[in-house]
Design a binder for this molecule. Sequence first.
Ligand SMILES: Nc1ncnc2c1ncn2[C@@H]1O[C@H](COP(=O)(O)OP(=O)(O)OP(=O)(O)O)[C@@H](O)[C@H]1O
Length: 693
Amino acid sequence: MTTDFGGVKKDVSILIERSNGTQHQALVTTIEQPNTVNCEWFEQDDIKGKGVSLNMVFKLNPHLMPKNFKPQNLKSEADNMSRKSVMITSGSRLKKENKIPLAVRRAEPSSRSESRLPTAKSTSLSKNRRTELITKKEPTVRNIDKIESERIERRENQAKMRYQRDQIKAKHDINDAQWEFAEMIEDWRDENPSRPPHHKRMEHKINVCVRKRPLNKKETKNKETDVVTRSGDLLYVHQPMTKVDLTKYLENMPFRFDYVFDLEDDNRKVYEYTAKPLVESIFRGSRATCFAYGQTGSGKTHTMGGEFSGKNQNCSNGIYAFAAEDVFKKLRQPMYQHLKLTVSFFEIYANKVFDLLNGSQRLRILEDKQGKIRVVGLVDQVVETVDDVINVLREGSRCRTSGQTSANSNSSRSHAVFQLSLLTPGRKAHEERTHGMFSLIDLAGNERGADTMSSDRITRQEGADINKSLLALKECIRAMGKDALHVPFRGSTLTKVLRDSFIGEDSKTCMIATLSPGFSSCENTINTLRYADRVKGLSVNEKRDLEDLMEEITLEENTEEDSCLDMLATQNADQFTPQMLAITKAQDEQQTAEDNAMTAINESTPAFLDALSKWQEYWESVASDKNADVQEILRECETDFDNLEAAIKNMRKLAKVAFEKAENVDAVLAGNNEPKPAQKSSKPRGGINRRLK
Ligand SMILES: Nc1ncnc2c1ncn2[C@@H]1O[C@H](COP(=O)(O)OP(=O)(O)OP(=O)(O)O)[C@@H](O)[C@H]1O
């Protein structure tokens, strides 16, 4: 037989009485035959529940009682009734064994406020239903229930927000701190729809463009956010920032350039708007340069040398090859029949030049009496077809990358210079002079310039060299843009070999700043853009202020290397600290000393070899001829001894100077700017060998 529960059913609010005598509302969750009602309520942020006998429910809530209900003996129930209420955890319902009858005792009305209705989370009670319940009750109960209802709503909203946040987190990377920034960037992009670029060809003396590459495999795997946005000719970097109170926000930094290339722009398109217009100028007899500048892995080699497929590079679709293609097209025109094209390809590492078309042979740079800089012994290969050029590029690239590992890439620590030279016959027979030259440069990774704090000595030296050469390059372009009388090209080997590119009225330069758009590269990206912006800003602003004029006047009078370095330091105080200046000067001195010692060795070697072969002959004659005049032979050798002794003395002296200069570099790198006193011992420390490697 089933009991008639009258008006008592699921989700109905009933008055219950607790073991301490207090009475309050609770919600019916389940009904257990034959006579138990389970209910739940809120108490100090917990959901509590208990079973109440049907008799007790009807006693306290007579309006729910069916007409034919016969109350049972309440006394027997009262014996069991002191069981405490049970805390319900996350949506569970009261278990059967807890469903016990409750004692009947009048409670003080004031105690009711301790308990509240359960949330919708635990009871699935709808908002409408709650409102309905509230309006049926007396005012005090209604007020309490209203407060409770508001609290429930608040909790529901919080839960909803938590859920939404979790959804967003899952979309980005749950372990990553950047998801909030990713959302802000998406919002920014929604509010600022991107505009198409104008892409008009411009013929500035200095063109500065930016190219953003797609996120690479590693960045995609790490769910890195793209922090770079192109809109028209503006480029925005969304820099994640955090306030002192830990609030996160974005700094959206705009930069303007001549062109901004985005993900969909391929090498051909980049070429069309950067290097292509410069091909014309070399036929007019000028010097042109095109640089790829950016962080390691940002796409400099991809842009200049050609796209990669795994480790293989397609040398036919980079700017080097496209430029050669256009040069050949023009050479076919009758008016240029007298011109001949040669190419050279070399690398500058640690301020030294290595010929990539001659097994990485180290070359010397000399300045002649007219101030012309020559790379002595550089292979200048005649090319007649684009295929010839591609073969040269393959050979050079192979030479550049041979022996490197991915963890220790040479390419990112050296500048690669590919030169297309147009030669014209000179006045004398077999004499040729350069008509025009296009230098295309894949620069070292710019972040390497910051390696001056590294614990590794070689890395620190490399960092100092890269920093110096990039700053010198910037200053040379800046001087060129202003048609300044002095160009500080002596500031680095890179700018020395490019000297002619910065002078001459029709010289033109194009810079392609390459960007890695990932969140982790944000700081380097900003540094790259600031450098590019500075080059651009100075080139368009042709006004010379008094300070600049003063600087030129001073420099016109003093064009030595040291003054170039001093100028770099003065104009780039933030990147070229006094420590950097000291390192650079010490390195230059060391290099000069090494060059002098090596020249002495080089020049003495033939005399040594001659003497050795002569002595060999003497020895053979002494060994085979019993009547040989040994005294005479020794007398003849004596002159050699004197000469060789003098040569050895000289070499030893020069080597000693080179060692001392190397010691100085070490001291300065270690933070001690005072040059070390000359060492008594000239014992080699492997320095020269190491540096010559
Ligand atoms: N625009 C691009 N589109 C597609 N992939 C690119 C792009 N730019 C670069 N990459 C890829 O990114 C990787 C690194 O590029 P790259 O070697 O050209 O960088 P880098 O700046 O020259 O570095 P390093 O200073 O070490 O020489 C390569 O695998 C290359 O294919």
